[in-house]
Design a protein around this ligand. Sequence first.
Ligand SMILES: NC(=O)c1ccc[n+]([C@@H]2O[C@H](COP(=O)([O-])OP(=O)(O)OC[C@H]3O[C@@H](n4cnc5c(N)ncnc54)[C@H](O)[C@@H]3O)[C@@H](O)[C@H]2O)c1
Length: 261
Amino acid sequence: MKRHEGKTMLVTGAAGAIGFATCEILAREGARVMLVDIDQPKLEQRVVQLQAAGHDALGFHADCADEGQVRAYAEAAHGAFGHVDGFFNNAGIEGTLAPTHEYPVAEFDHVLHVNLRGMFLGLRYVLPGMARRGKGAVVNTASIGSERGLAGACAYNAAKHGVVGLTRTAASEVAQKGVRVNCVEPGVIETPLLVGMLEQMFDNVEAGMKKLGEVATLNRVGQPEEVGQVVSFLLSDEASYVNGARWEIDGGALATIRNDI
Ligand SMILES: NC(=O)c1ccc[n+]([C@@H]2O[C@H](COP(=O)([O-])OP(=O)(O)OC[C@H]3O[C@@H](n4cnc5c(N)ncnc54)[C@H](O)[C@@H]3O)[C@@H](O)[C@H]2O)c1
């Protein structure tokens, strides 16, 4: 019996690196998956990719920061599946990097809109179905930036700190209704979002990635699949006593100050 056999999963930011790697893992483990993303061509491509591999997958094009569209994807998932067993609330953007005292105000609003309000909206419209059914699991994507200040990323870091607050609050509210809410805190993971940040931080992206990888005790950056495996566990019944938690997936970066480099 596969871990997610017969389960239904909803994933946002599903056309992106971490989202799609997670969709592949969930599908391989037997789940039917609905992929949600704002990037329609990439979304369609990803759905076809899963279907071609023999998986039960469908896509829904939506902006996760737009209330009407979030309500629509939650309804579409219920319509297609009858219920949602697992929700990976993951869509996010890196935003512009600039010192706090120079940060463009409109960009601050935009990053908070997508990375924090979008997460809230996902919870707002997916949790009711789970609570009514008395069963479900949610994983929100926070970040290493939920725990530390990354210079230049005031908007991203503020939003990701907020995701932990949302996670803990929702976890306390729906636990008695049979629903668990946790978050993952990826460290430096090799994805387009990371490259977008590195391009703003370093002249040479590859050298920058190597440098950031050295922050981890494992001395390397992480791969999207390494996040997806933890998400899959947290969405499974094997994680039945895990609630309101933050799971660091950062190669040990938050655990220590490296004194060997
Ligand atoms: N890559 C890292 O190092 C890292 C570290 C910590 C946290 N994260 C978080 O992981 C999550 C996934 O990022 P990723 O690294 O896979 O990047 P990615 O750019 O590959 O994927 C992000 C996906 O989200 C989608 N998206 C963006 N805004 C959206 C919106 N308004 N509505 C719907 N979809 C939207 C994009 O189209 C994209 O497909 C994000 O929340 C990010 O903040 C990433």
